[in-house]
Design a binder for this molecule. Structure first.
Ligand SMILES: N[C@@H](CCC(=O)N[C@@H](CS)C(=O)NCC(=O)O)C(=O)O
Length: 213
C-alpha cells in the first residue's frame, strides 16, 4: 500500500497513525506541496492524504482511510471519539493553527524541499490566515492562550475512562497536539505530556518537539 502525505499535515497524521498502531506495513510518500497533478489524477482534487491499496483502490479522506485500515484485519477496534475532546479540538484548533502554520512554512519538511513548494504553501495559507510575520509577532499572546487551554485538556483527558485500546479520540487529538509541538514555549501539563509521548511512540509518527520554533 502507498500513502501520499505531507509531513506537516494533521489529516495525514491521522492516516499514518492507524498503520503504526496496527503494525501494518505501508509505503509513506511525501509529496511536494506544489504537486497538483498527483492528487488531481488520483482523486480529482488537490488534497492529501490519499491511500492507494495493493488492489488499486483509492481512498482520499483521512477518516475513511483510518476506518478502512481499522477493519482490514477483521473486526474494527476503534471506538467513537469522546465528545468532550471533540469539543476541545473544535474550540482550540484555530488558535493552534495560527501558531503552527507559519512555523511549518519555515521548517525543513520533505514537502518543502523545493522552494517553489514552500512559496506555494505560504501564498495559499497567508490568503486564509493572514501574514505569517504578523502571526509570528502575535505568538506570545497566542501561546499564553493555548497554554491555558492545555490545562483544560489535561483535566478532560484525566476524566476519561482508562482503556488499553486506542480510539478515535486519539486519532483526532494526537495530530492536533503534534501540530502544536512545532511551537516553542508551549507548556505541556505533566499528564498530557506523558499522553502525547506515549501515543507518538505507539503510532510511530514522531512529535515535532526537536524542531520547534
Ligand atoms: N477532509 C480531508 C481534509 C484534508 C486536508 O485538508 N488536507 C490538506 C493538507 S493539511 C490539503 O491537502 N490541502 C490542500 C493543499 O495543501 O493545497 C481529510 O480529512 O482528509
Amino acid at each position: 500500500m502507498k500513502l501520499y502525505v505531507y509531513d506537516h499535515c494533521p489529516f495525514c497524521v491521522r492516516a499514518r497513525m492507524i498503520f503504526g498502531l496496527k503494525n501494518i506495513p505501508c509505503e509513506i510518500v511525501f509529496l511536494a506541496n506544489d504537486d497538483e497533478t498527483t492528487p488531481q489524477t488520483l482523486i480529482g482534487k488537490k488534497m492529501l492524504p490519499i491511500l492507494v491499496t495493493d488492489e488499486g483502490e483509492i481512498i482520499g479522506e483521512s477518516l475513511d482511510i483510518v476506518r478502512y485500515i481499522d477493519a482490514i484485519t477483521g473486526k474494527p477496534t476503534l471506538s467513537d471519539p469522546a465528545s468532550t475532546v471533540e469539543a476541545w479540538i473544535e474550540e482550540v484548533s484555530r488558535l493552534i493553527y495560527q501558531l503552527a502554520i507559519p512555523r511549518w512554512s519555515y521548517s525543513d519538511y520533505p514537502e518543502f524541499k523545493n522552494e517553489s513548494a514552500r512559496t506555494y504553501f505560504t501564498q495559499k495559507k497567508e490568503n486564509v490566515f493572514g501574514s505569517f510575520s504578523t502571526l509570528m509577532k502575535e505568538s506570545p499572546a497566542l501561546i499564553k492562550a493555548v497554554n491555558i487551554k492545555l490545562i483544560d485538556l489535561d483535566q478532560i483527558l484525566a476524566a476519561l475512562p482508562t482503556t488499553e485500546r486506542y480510539s478515535l479520540t486519539d486519532i483526532l487529538l494526537y495530530p492536533v497536539l503534534r501540530s502544536l509541538s512545532i511551537v516553542k514555549g508551549v507548556e505541556w501539563p505533566v499528564g498530557l505530556d506523558a499522553w502525547r509521548k506515549r501515543v507518538a511512540t505507539d503510532c510511530r509518527v514522531p512529535l515535532n518537539d526537536a524542531i520547534a520554533i
